[in-house]
Design a protein around this ligand. Structure first.
Ligand code: DGY
Length: 329
């Protein structure tokens, strides 16, 4: 790897200094964050020579690929790959790397935290104390609802869905239903987690949690019909991608009272626009897409993405390439 000739790399999201230095010790690097208006022209100009890109949270489309004719690899500091044109990457033979595995437990922690916050109303009650409104014992109107023992329905049973199921089933004695085309429950969840059709999951779960990746097949999976099929008074939590939810239908279900509450770490547009009704809705606990945002996990993601980039630029296989076979390239 050390003897490989230097190549041109664009770093489009800040990296820890030591990881940036690792890349700079082998390659010519331009750092430009296209989400900052003032850095966008530099990002665009750097694409002309770029052989490697590393970053996340910016939509790369066919136009960017056209502008980067020498591109060999995109190393994403994320597990999700919905911001990349998969079929175009496959067609052009560009390697896409991502960071599965290292963020699984952290993201499951966040999602389960959102379940707790939403049912037990923890942010709302904490705000009451901060605002000086804790003047007597709270009344029933501010009571929450139990989490333990409730039936949880998990949409998607990949790494994060299974990590969430372990927390729910083994830690909180919750019956688990999950909706997934192909994954069997791991041994520790046998007899505790049942694979069911979507309609049955929606009808039986007290808490429906989305951990699915965003794709053409999952976009707006949670639409008006899906919310109407949920158990009256159920709770919805989304920890994967906002595009899976028809947000207008979600607001409607909350306003009608069919849904009790929602906990959302992800939104169709991020950052969440100030005029989104989900930002201030009294039944919504919103978070700023922080599923993997701990010091330890973000570090591991950046390390894995750096390793992937350097390996592919050196002609070695990535540690965690995204599987582009079958995306229609
Ligand atoms: C991921 O890794 O995909 C997280 O959602 C951050 O984008």
């Amino acid at each position: 790897m050390l003897s490989a000739p230097p190549k041109n790399v664009v770093v489009f999201r800040a990296l820890p200094p030591d990881l940036l230095a690792r890349i700079e010790s082998r390659h010519r690097v331009v750092c430009a964050d296209p989400r900052r208006v003032e850095e966008l022209p530099r990002f665009r100009a750097a694409l002309a020579d770029a052989q490697g890109l590393i970053g996340s949270s910016f939509r790369i489309g066919a136009a960017e690929l056209d502008a980067a004719p020498r591109l060999e690899v995109i190393s994403s500091i994320s597990v999700g790959a919905d911001t990349y044109p998969l079929a175009e990457l496959a067609r052009r033979g560009i390697v896409l790397c991502h960071t599965p595995g290292v963020l699984t437990e952290t993201t499951a922690d966040t999602i389960f935290g959102l379940v707790m916050c939403t049912l037990r109303r923890l942010p709302e009650l904490s705000q009451l104390v901060r605002a000086g409104r804790w003047t007597r014992n709270i009344g029933e109107e501010l009571f929450g609802w139990d989490v333990h023992g409730k039936t949880i329905g998990i949409l998607g049973f990949g790494r994060i869905g299974q990590a969430l199921a372990r927390r729910a089933a083994l830690g909180f004695d919750m019956p688990v239903r999950y909706f997934d085309r192909s994954t069997a429950a791991p041994p520790e969840l046998q007899g505790r987690a049942e694979c069911v059709p979507l309609g049955r999951l929606l009808a039986e779960a007290d808490i429906v949690v989305c951990t699915l990746p965003l794709s053409q097949g999952t976009r707006h999976l949670m639409n008006a019909a899906a919310f109407a099929a949920m158990k009256p008074g159920a709770v919805f939590v989304n920890g994967s991608r906002g595009g899976i939810v028809d947000e207008a239908a979600l607001v409607d279900a909350l306003d009608r009272g069919t849904l009790r509450a929602a906990g959302l770490d992800v939104f169709a547009t991020e950052p969440l626009p100030l005029d989104s009704p989900l930002r201030t809705h009294p039944k919504v606990t919103p978070l700023p897409h922080v599923g993997s945002a701990t010091h330890e996990t973000r570090r591991k993601m950046a390390e894995l993405a750096t390793d992937n980039l350097l390996r592919v630029l050196a002609g070695e296989p990535a540690l965690t390439a995204y599987d582009l076979s079958g995306v229609g390239g």
